[in-house]
Design a protein around this ligand. Sequence first.
Ligand SMILES: O=C(O)CCC(=O)C(=O)O
Ligand SMILES: [Fe+2]
Length: 255
Amino acid sequence: MPLTHEEKVGFVQDGLVIRRGFVPADLIARASSRVGRWFREDMAPSQIAAYTQRTFAPELSEHPDLLGLFSDSGARQLAADLLGDVQPVTTTQIQIRVPEDALPTAQPEKAMHVDGVACPHLDPDELRTFSLLVGVVLSDVSDPDGGALRYLPGGHLAMAEWFGSEWSLGITAQVPPRIATERGTPFLGAPGDVLLMHHLVPHSVRRNYTSTPRVMAYFRVSHPGHAHRRLEALRDPWLDYPPLAAVTATATTTR
Ligand SMILES: O=C(O)CCC(=O)C(=O)O
Ligand SMILES: [Fe+2]
């Protein structure tokens, strides 16, 4: 089912849409069993920090059973409802928060950030930004202490303001101080739940104190024009979202 007007208004105001139980069970089962096997048989504990930085199960990043979570589930259509046109998505990022007890050394936490902006020096080509993050839950995430993704609803507007007024290329702070200290809302859910999150929504992730690995698959989706206007898109949160023009014109006052 396409995104409703209420969901679009929610996206404009909070930067998020959550669809519960959206991905069909057979797609979840296929992806989960691939990731589960990798976790049990192939994960190198010495590489946990590197996996956390980039992706777990890098061998599976382009596997059809992972890409299918986005392209065969209807999630791609939801992204297109927001962006109009979308660039093909060719990789999956798998992020696991490994139970703390199972680790020889702690898995690095991620402080509040937006993706793709860390450490850009003086060249906009170093930005690795995109338009929309699509996250698919692959494990039960019912405990906020289980390494849930934490996001700041509405933070996309504050970040655009900050990028426009205080930030410039070369600044290494990932978010302004008032956002860095926020704890964020934990994204709790069950396998098959989908999160659509505006690229500028700040988020963080902490350790997993439960005994269950927390597994998410993420897809980074771009409007086809994004790569040519990365800096502008940091400052104008709706540049990549032409279908939302009518909603952004009224949403801030009508909810
Ligand atoms: O582990 C997560 O759910 C989020 C990770 C993250 O924010 C990132 O890799 O940029
Ligand atoms: Fe991130």
